[in-house]
Design a protein around this ligand. Sequence first.
Ligand code: SAM
Length: 219
Amino acid sequence: MNKKIFAKLLAHSQNNLDKITQPYIQETFGVQVQRCDTIEQYVEAIDDACLNKYFSKYWQNDMKKWKYSGLALIDEVNSLKPRAVLDVGCGYNEFKGKIHNLIGIDPYNNLADHEVGTLEYRTDQKFDVILCLGSVNFGNKDKIIAEVSRCVSLLADGGTMFFRVNPGVQHDKPEADWIEFYAWNVPFIIELAEMFQLKILDIRDDTNQRKYFIYRKTK
Ligand SMILES: C[S@@+](CC[C@H](N)C(=O)[O-])C[C@H]1O[C@@H](n2cnc3c(N)ncnc32)[C@H](O)[C@@H]1O
């Protein structure tokens, strides 16, 4: 649940749903959503609409700017000779055709191979490599854990996951104002490794205060 949106709706409505009108939502959050039955449903719908608006229309990428988690990954991943690679939250799917056997998923970018979120993606396939580059970073701790858990279940035994994570730095554009960036840190990276029995192969500081790290599924 996006705490910023929840706090704003609660302060405005005092739990009276009639006060959460379409004009109020449009004026406050800059998006439109269907009528909902609970405040929690409004939070989910507005959060999804804000992420969709920002990542489908405003966010721009520059893969060249990352020291470790951008173009350098092409050779690093190909050297593992993966039979299947999943790029979770692939954005403009820039690794397509450069990293071998790659499928990109993203709920908010129509250049993805499948326009679907991490938790909604359904497949029987297992992946030797999973990329989570800036894409497991939205919402609260429970959501992040659920998404990492889903990635671990999609990873083949012995498989490798590459992450770029944001320590909670807000993006500059005003269209990102209502997005909740989870504040990743090293203790949490270690906590997840213990939770899912992953080996940490590397942790480094990447450009723009981002952390780059690699997990291996050891079982
Ligand atoms: C900061 S961008 C990074 C994109 C790309 N991985 C890169 O490195 O350039 C974050 C991406 O995560 C995607 N995203 C947001 N929520 C997601 C979810 N629940 N599942 C998968 N991708 C998601 C966004 O649409 C966006 O393309």
